[in-house]
Design a protein around this ligand. Structure first.
Ligand code: FAD
Length: 317
């Protein structure tokens, strides 16, 4: 059986959950097996996972699982995998998934591969593929253990409807809340973290200085986007390091990446070229970024960005 951990946010399934279930369903087909999904906590739309190939959705609820904690979630998911005798466990390659993968693999005595981007092949061994060297090459890996744990890269698989809603069944697994060693003291609501953001507005040295970032933040706010930056911008302290995207920063895969005043150096592209749609704003028509762009605006960002923000405000009104 293939078990998919379907991530939720504020009581609803994330887009990544539908991608993971489509992936799990295709993996189950390749193995001649069944795909089931697991949700933790309340998820009003959990039954929808049936449309994407889950023959059943299990739900684990426990007060100890109200807030995400990788130790408790590991116990719950590993407990479900054992209970259901799952042979393949699929996670999303999100912040959550990344923090669970190693722990789950250790608990289940499983071989694991993070960040896969293609459905496994199963003739001649269970083989998965993942991009390596900033996407310049694809590695094929065989997992030989009985139980396998994978995390699926965002945007690698388009969710596909193959059936109907299914019922959601409660599953009881030991969470061992008494063994929790990390206490969640405070959570601060912020924007969506970069690795999971669907919309990103990013800026580079063309901004001239940190005092000008207001126009980027305003555009991001209108779109509901997360802000990012090029490396020199973070290195010089104009923006915090957690916003730095690229080869040495965070690699992202949003649906929309808007880059203003960024030249498009290869090290920057390495972290953003898997974005679905790239919009580049640069005053230099020969800026390399235009070659990777779906849409380009040759112009002064200090004029273009505020005009774009105003146009979006009118569009939303
Ligand atoms: P610049 O190259 O200075 O480009 C600024 C751009 O803004 C120009 O294209 C200019 O035409 C445009 N501009 C200026 N004024 C305006 C205006 N008013 N309106 C519109 N456009 C304007 N970089 C990363 O980003 N991420 C990484 O992870 C990363 N890793 C690296 C790893 C290594 C080993 C090395 C050697 C480098 C790495 N770099 C990385 C740095 C990278 O090579 C580039 O130097 C960097 O991306 C350039 O940043 P930038 O585009 O903001 O600045």
């Amino acid at each position: 059986m293939v078990l998919v951990f379907a991530e939720t946010q504020k009581g609803k399934l994330k887009k990544a959950a539908f991608e993971a279930v489509t992936y799990g369903y295709r993996t189950a087909q390749a193995l001649g097996s069944e795909c089931v999904a697991l949700v933790i906590g309340a998820a009003e739309d959990a039954g929808q996972l049936g449309k994407y190939g889950a023959s059943k959705v299990y739900q684990v609820e426990d007060p100890a699982l109200e807030k995400f904690d990788s130790q408790t979630y590991t116990r719950a998911i590993a407990g479900a995998a054992k209970e259901l005798d799952a042979k393949v466990l699929v996670l999303s390659h999100s912040t959550t998934g990344k923090s669970l993968l190693g722990r789950l693999a250790a608990r289940l005595d499983a071989g694991s591969v993070p960040g896969v981007n293609a459905v496994p092949t199963t003739d001649g061994g269970f083989k998965v593929r993942k991009p390596v060297f900033s996407g310049k090459a694809i590695a094929e890996m065989e997992i030989k253990t009985d139980v396998k744990v994978l995390s699926l890269m965002g945007n690698a698989i388009q969710p596909e409807v193959v059936g109907d809603n299914v019922g959601v069944e409660a599953l009881s697994v030991p969470v061992e809340a008494g063994r929790i060693t990390v206490k969640d003291v405070e959570r601060v609501e912020g924007t969506v973290p970069l690795p999971e953001a669907e919309l990103v507005v990013s800026a580079g040295r063309g901004m001239k200085g940190p005092e000008n970032w207001g126009i980027i933040e305003e555009l991001a706010e209108v779109l509901g986007a997360t802000t990012a930056c090029s490396r020199p911008v973070a290195d010089t302290g104009w923006r915090p390091h957690h916003e730095h995207v690229g080869q040495t920063g965070i690699a992202i895969r949003p649906n929309l990446y808007i880059a203003a005043g960024i030249s498009g150096a290869i090290q920057h592209l390495a972290g953003v070229n898997n974005s679905k749609t790239i919009v580049v704003i640069n005053k230099d028509p020969d800026a390399p970024f235009f070659k990777a762009a779906d849409y380009g605006v040759v112009g002064d960002l200090f004029e273009v960005v505020p005009r774009l923000t105003e146009a979006l405000k009118k569009f939303k009104a």
